[in-house]
Write a protein that binds this ligand. Structure first.
Ligand code: AKG
Length: 295
């Protein structure tokens, strides 16, 4: 499998916006897509015409819905090597600085788990949306210390960029995408993944660019100096069943319920985690809160 530096074939997609344009209303160039698309329809809410109806805002009670994340990082800071928790679509918009994304994907259901040396294991996420959201998830039984946790994802302790020279990161703003891809392609973990038949895609994200991360794609990010971005999640009818099944699996619920939609799956997950009586009482409170929120 070749190492790829653009997102044209991609699991991930890169959208280029521009400071002169109106980010809420104008269409933007998209790598790999035939025509421009609009990105946001409200501030940091993905455009439903391009990305499908936002089911998190209509099917998930506000108290347990994921929030936006601000990602501010210095030179060399990096994420873990991970697959996003939940099975929804991740997005990440770069406001300033630049960062390198490396995506690993592979045909078949097993994905990166087919390469045991990458050592992916279940892990509760570090960022769960702040203390208040963590508390809210704990209260409804969707986050607990025994890892019976709605937000569990997969993570590896491996540092994909362990061999990447700091010079690449210092010069990131001006570097060509090809040069960065070649430098990342030289890292031992990447060479090993390519040798094992995984697809590896390297992408430099710069200001006014949005990355969309498909569910289940393993990735790791390393930042250049002064990088600031905003990240969020989106769930539409295409991945609703996956997100619902994830919620239920985490709570040892009946995963077939997921086909009935996200709202039904979230309720079933809460009941599976708390028992029928307490679970139903929690759901009543969450739905009432929701009515008050939308009134
Ligand atoms: O921007 C970063 O440092 C990490 C972002 C990331 O991995 C994600 O949004 O899933």
């Amino acid at each position: 499998m070749p190492l790829v530096y653009s997102c044209a074939w991609s699991p991930a997609r890169l959208y280029r916006t521009s400071p002169q344009k109106d980010i809420l209303n104008e269409p933007y160039e998209v790598d790999g897509a035939r025509r421009p698309q609009r990105i946001f329809q409200q501030v940091f809410a993905l455009d439903e015409a391009a990305f499908g109806e936002d089911l998190l805002s209509t099917q998930m009670p506000p108290r347990v819905r994921p929030g936006l994340a601000l990602v501010a990082a210095g030179l060399g800071a990096r994420s873990s090597f991970h697959i996003d928790p939940f099975e929804w679509l991740g997005w990440n918009y770069c406001v300033s600085g630049a960062k390198v994304w490396t995506f690993f994907s592979c045909g078949g259901d097993e994905g990166v788990h087919a390469v045991p040396s990458l050592r992916f294991a279940e892990k509760a996420p570090v960022a769960r949306g702040g203390d208040q959201r963590e508390e809210a998830l704990r209260e409804v039984g969707l986050l607990s210390s025994d890892r019976l946790c709605l937000a569990v994802g997969y993570e590896s302790e491996i540092d994909v960029y362990a061999d990447l020279s700091e010079d690449v990161l210092v010069g990131l703003a001006e570097a060509s995408d090809e040069d960065v891809a070649v430098a990342v392609g030289d890292c031992a973990v990447v060479r090993e993944a390519l040798g094992a038949g995984l697809r590896v895609e390297v992408c430099v994200q710069r200001p006014e660019e949005l990355i969309v991360i498909p569910a289940g794609t393993a990735h790791m990010v390393v930042h250049g100096a002064g990088s600031v971005g905003v990240a969020g999640q989106h769930c539409n009818t295409a991945n609703e069943e996956r997100v619902g099944a994830h919620a239920l699996r985490r709570c040892r619920g009946n995963v077939r319920v997921a086909a009935e939609g996200l709202e039904v799956a979230v309720e079933a997950a809460i009941i599976a985690a708390n028992g029928k009586e307490r679970g139903e009482a929690i759901c009543d409170v969450l739905w009432q809160e929701w009515d008050a929120y939308t009134a």
